[in-house]
Design a protein around this ligand. Structure first.
Ligand code: GRF
Length: 213
């Protein structure tokens, strides 16, 4: 059984989707710990409700990002974590963290990368006039949303959309895509080879599931 950590700074709806997926019998992964840098994050409430161990590590007292990452690594290693899933974790991770979990940190982003990386993927997609957007699960590297892509799901961008409606549509896809990737990872079907990700049994990342729109 794959031991995953979920790191979240906010609402944690993706965390909830992962919690719910892991509760299904036969699911090949479990959430070993939920960590947050925000003491009041609702994600922590969700974790406690699901009786999952939590780590609250406020970044503010730490003199540097590296110091913070060292402490976070130690906290996760104490729970024998094998895979780290970022789910709205609003901090850039340094080489200290990524080196401790090489090619084993993944993130979900609300756009079809490499388009619209960064904090405002939904807003930028709308502003750009694209007719299709979506979400991406990718391996984390030291850039901002630049790591190798594991899986994507697409949604239409409708003429009537504002940021809220498009974000909601994308969120629905996120809540299916992230658990699907965790399952594949737990089944040993995801291999990261340099900048490429091979997903066994899925001829392309997009074929993991059909976007429902
Ligand atoms: C999601 O849209 C995810 O793509 C981005 O942060 C958001 C987190 O939402 N990285 P939630 O906290 O899981 O509801």
């Amino acid at each position: 059984m794959l031991r995953a950590a979920v790191l979240a700074s906010g609402n944690g709806s993706n965390l909830q989707a992962l919690i719910d997926a892991c509760a299904a019998s036969g699911f090949p992964a479990k959430i070993a710990v939920v960590a947050s840098n925000v003491p009041g994050a609702f994600a922590l409430e969700r974790a406690r409700k699901a009786a999952l161990p939590t780590v609250v590590l406020d970044h503010r007292p730490f003199p540097s990002r590296e110091d913070y990452d060292r402490a976070l690594v130690a906290a996760l290693q104490a729970h024998d974590v094998e895979l780290v899933c970022l789910a709205g974790f609003m901090r850039l991770l340094t080489g200290v963290f990524l080196g401790a979990f090489p090619s084993r940190v993944i993130n979900i982003h609300p756009a079809l990368l490499p388009a619209f990386p960064g904090m405002h993927g939904v807003r930028q997609a709308l502003a750009s006039g694209v007719r299709i957007s979506g979400c991406t699960v990718h391996v984390v590297d030291e850039g901002t949303d630049t790591g190798p892509i594991i899986a994507q799901a697409a949604v239409p961008v409708l003429p009537s959309d504002d940021e809220r409606t498009l974000a909601e549509r994308i969120h629905r896809e996120e809540h299916a895509l992230y658990p699907a990737v965790l399952r594949l990872w737990g089944e040993g079907k995801v291999r990261v080879v340099g900048r490429q990700v091979q997903v066994e049994g899925a001829p392309s990342a997009l074929s993991l599931r059909n976007p429902s729109g």
